[in-house]
Write a new protein. Structure first.
Length: 223
């Protein structure tokens, strides 16, 4: 069976070694391991920053405490979250970027966006909702509509869910423990935004109706 254009692009991304072979001033400090998930049927996309150390080791996105908190925010079990036919997971940087002198994760590599993102999202026209997790994802997915800071963008979350937008975008803070202070200062996030997030996610996952031809083709390729 001939691979689809999306299959070929995903294969190329997963084989990418640009950040250690392109003679960059600051190459990736370890072997690349791109981590992402996408399918022609997923209507929900989780778009965050970049894999951390645990995800780099496992090769599976959000296999850490941040993932537990994110799934709790979404109100989904791991089985639904990792159902590639329903949920795409596309970070701004596909590989773990390494750590700074203080042990914090470095920003996502900018090369991923330049090389891959526009072509990848152009092949995912069925997406209905993007969860933009953190300011890097928010700035890219919202462009000039982003608020200029995480706080400003988060406070404007309602307008990004307007029905005329496709895909609609719902900004979220990163679920890392590093944002515990922000969460305490913004109790409206849990009281007002999380119920909407869970309703939106539930509607997309529960009412998921996969076209039979796409389902058979995609599942056959995964076997």
């Amino acid at each position: 069976m001939t691979a689809t254009e999306l299959d070929r692009l995903l294969e190329a991304i997963r084989a990418c070694r640009y950040c250690i072979e392109a003679h960059l001033a600051k190459p990736l400090p370890h072997e690349p391991r791109p981590v992402l998930r996408a399918s022609p049927t997923a209507r929900l996309a989780v778009c965050s920053q970049a894999p951390g150390t645990r995800v780099h080791a496992s090769g599976v996105p959000f296999t850490d405490a941040s993932g537990d908190r994110l799934r709790n925010w979404m109100g989904v079990a791991p089985e639904a979250f990792y159902d590639e036919s329903r949920v795409a997971i596309i970070p701004m940087g596909f590989c773990f970027p390494g750590q700074d002198a203080k042990g914090g994760d470095l920003p996502p590599r900018v090369e991923c966006v330049r090389l891959w993102h526009r072509n990848l999202f152009a092949l995912l026209p069925q997406l209905e909702l993007v969860l933009a997790v953190g300011s890097y994802a928010q700035n890219w997915h919202l462009g000039g509509e982003a608020g200029g800071s995480l706080q400003a963008t988060m406070l404007g979350w309602r307008r990004y869910l307007q029905p005329k937008r496709r895909p609609r975008v719902l900004p979220l803070p990163h679920p890392s423990w590093r944002n515990n202070g922000w969460l305490k200062r913004n109790p409206w996030f849990e009281a007002e935004l999380l119920p909407v997030l869970r309703r939106e996610v539930q509607a997309l996952l529960v009412n998921f109706a996969e076209p039979e031809t796409h389902q058979k083709t995609w599942l056959a390729k995964r076997e």
